[in-house]
Every structure is written in structure tokens, then in C-alpha cells.
Ligand binder design. Sequence first.
Ligand SMILES: [Zn+2]
Length: 307
Amino acid sequence: MALSKSFLKLLKERQTNKNGTQKRLKKATKRLFPLSAERKYTAQLFAYTLQIRKQITEKLLPRLNSWFRATTFDYPDPVDSTLKLDDIIDDVLEELLRVLEIIDLDLQPSENLVVQQAESIGFEVNQFNKVQFEKSTKSVLGVDIFEEEPWLETQLELFANQNSQLIKNMTENELQRVSGIVQRGLQEGSGLESVTDNIEKSFGITRRHAKLIARDQTSKLNGSLTKLRDQELGIKNYVWQTSGDERVRASHKALDGKLCRWDDPTVYYNENSKKWVKRTSAMTKVHVSQDVNCRCQALADFSDLVE
Ligand SMILES: [Zn+2]
């Protein structure tokens, strides 16, 4: 724990009335979600997916016509045609591979850029989270808290590495999917139109994937930082706070307002029995923001520090 004994004593004194009774703890300000960082990251990833789309549209789509013509026509001799067709398909597939390699190479600068941007988003989420933490501690304890954050560098590095990997996988998935679409189209003899349709759909998949990365990664980093900052301060418990909109899943809504423990995400405090009990089957068994797309927040419970 980062807080010194003398500082804790001071906090306790501030929370005690002259006659020795406990003051009621002030309510912590609501912690906000780093929405602007998420929006910025989404926009950056979208811009990158547009680059992927542009590369494929400019370098691969114009080739499709001749590839499909080469593998659909010009077989006057049905006996020889099978062998000939296989050869032609092999040649076309080789060309396809070359085109994809070029696209991959040409995407590198944009990919490097968005990977760098992801790293900056990590810093931005951290800044936002720190301010939220400081506001909530100040609102309750009435003093500014400065704590050591020996884990911070590792967290931000982890975020940068993980996001770099996710972005690289997203690129690879898109290129592989497009490659598969073209190959199947050639081998099964489906029309050029259905192939271009499927490639268009594939762009949509990548765009949705980009949005998910931005949302999920922002939220997970923010949640991890909240947990680490709280625990560094010596806070053991938090109140689960949903975002309150209609998208909150039932298993999170079931925990809304409940006291939870940072050291065990499978329990909550039951107000009736006054005991820590196992979460029910209707409740998620992870911490706030660890489920995909979760926007819930952890509201620190300061009572341990001052009572
Ligand atoms: Zn949630």
C-alpha cells in the first residue's frame, strides 16, 4: 500500500467528529468513461481500414475480371480442359498471392502509423483515468492523493503490444479472407459479381472488428488502471456502477449498486445477510470492464481507509 501510516491516521482524524463518532463518508463523484479517447481510437482505426480497402480496391479488384475470364472461357476441348483449367487456376492463384504480398507491403506505413496512434491512446486513457481517480479520491477524502505507480509503464507497454498485435491480425484476417473469397470463386466457378459482393462484405467485417478493438481495448485498459490505482491506495472494495443505458447486459445490471471485492470477482456483498456471498448465475464472474464492450465503472469504497 502506498499511503503512509501517518497519512492514514490523518485521514481517520479528519473523518472523526470531536465527540469520537464517525463522520459519514462523502459520496464519491461518478467515474466517467474515457469516451473521447475511444472515439479518437475508433476514427484512427477506421481510417486505417479505409487504407486496407483502398489498397484492395486499387490493386486486386481490377485483376479479377481477367482472372475470371481466364478460368471460365477458352476450353474448346473438353478432354484437355480439366488439366488446362487446373494450370490456369494455379497461375492465377500465384498472381493473387503476389498481389496480396504487394498490398501487405504497401500497407506497412499506414499500419505502423496506426500502431503508434494506439500507443498514444494508451497514454490518453491513462491521463483520463488518473484525473477520474484523483477527482473521486478528493471528493471523498478532501485531500489530493499522490501515489507511486510502479505498474504503470508495464500496463501501457502491454496495451501497446496487445493493440499492435490486434491491428496486425486485423490486416492479416482481411487479406486472408479476401484471398479465400477469390480462390473459392475461381475453384467453384461462382460469378465475378458474387466475389466482389463478398469482398465488400469482408470490408464491413473489418470495420466492425476495428470498432470492437477500439471500444473493448479502451474499456479494458481503463478498468485495469482503476483497479491498480484503487489497490495501490489500499482500497479493497468497489461498488459496481452500470452506465445506466439500455445496452447494459442483464448479468451486469444484476450487480448494479452492489459492493464487490477487487481480490475476488466471483463474490458480492449481500446487504440482507451482511455477508460476502458467491455471485448468482445471473451475475457475471469478472470485474467491471473485463467483459467485451462493458461500460460499467467501479466506484471506490473508501470506508476501509478511514474506519
Ligand atoms: Zn458492464
